[in-house]
Design a protein around this ligand. Structure first.
Ligand SMILES: [Zn+2]
Length: 269
């Protein structure tokens, strides 16, 4: 599932392509992907300019000139492609927004959605989310306070969207590897230097992944050489049985509360 870096990559690339452009057509092939009638959706979205694209956690918010917001969550298996009709991927398109002869295709929205809200209701939908780990106000001091006395496995806390937003299965494992702590440990057992290192690892790993285009491999547009570059940087995620790049031990996969967890049992403590 796309996480914060993948969605931020989408935001950066799509902003260049569609900010300031008018939506000239709307096609809904899967009514379950939207939250209002097709008629109402088209009425509010057609002929609107995309004013800006915002990201919050794993969501993108397409702000339209009329104050409406399209709230996107890709969930598992969802992705986005922008381009001409003849270049579009051979996949089922769930929703399509047209910008003249270019189109924004939403693909594989099995559980994902593109919901229409006014600005206030969009914010309300996201009000339960925890802090954005890359925002300036997410300080070490704040993280130390957030984690103080908190129980629960580190892995589960990192992917808990109400605790901290935007981190999922992949980057939680990569953050723990970078911080040299085991994701299976209880948060309450972590010493302050380990929490401090975790804070820095959260920031480093997410920023590095954004810089390299996230780990999702499907290109966002024809000739996109940015998206997917950070897959090669993953040290433990989905690398069960491979050798640890730091110490040479074998990467382990374990299931914790029905989530896959990858780690090195030798150099992560
Ligand atoms: Zn190791």
């Amino acid at each position: 599932m796309p996480e914060l870096p993948e969605m931020e990559n989408y935001r950066l690339l799509l902003s260049e392509k569609i900010t300031g452009r008018v939506i000239t057509g709307v096609h809904i092939n899967r009514e379950k992907s939207i939250n209002v009638s097709i008629l109402l959706f088209c009425d509010k979205v057609m002929n609107q300019t995309v004013a800006r694209i915002e990201r919050r956690a794993k969501h993108l918010l397409f702000h339209l000139q009329n104050g409406r917001v399209l709230l996107l969550h890709l969930m598992l298996g969802g992705w986005i492609y922008f381009g001409r009709e003849e270049d579009k991927p051979e996949r089922t398109i769930k929703v399509q927004l047209c910008f003249g002869d270019h189109h924004l295709y939403f693909i594989g929205l099995r559980l994902g959605y593109l919901h229409l809200y006014d600005g206030d209701s969009a914010r309300q939908q996201l009000s339960d989310l925890g802090p954005e780990p890359l925002n300036g106000d997410f300080t070490l001091d704040m993280f130390l306070k957030m984690t103080a006395g908190k129980r629960g496995r580190l892995k589960m806390k990192l992917v808990d969207q109400q605790f901290i937003s935007g981190i999922g299965n992949c980057y939680s494992d990569e953050i723990c590897f970078h911080a040299k702590v085991l994701p299976t440990r209880d948060m309450n057992d972590l010493a302050q230097p380990e929490i401090t290192q975790l804070y820095h690892s959260i920031r480093f790993i997410l920023q590095q992944a954004i810089k390299h285009g996230g780990y999702m491999e499907n290109p966002v547009y024809k000739g996109d050489s940015i998206t997917g570059g950070s897959d090669a940087l993953c040290k433990v995620y989905d690398r069960e049985g491979e050798k640890c790049s730091r110490c040479g031990a074998v990467i382990i996969k374990e299931i914790v509360s029905s989530r896959k967890v990858f780690y090195c049992g030798s150099c992560q403590k």
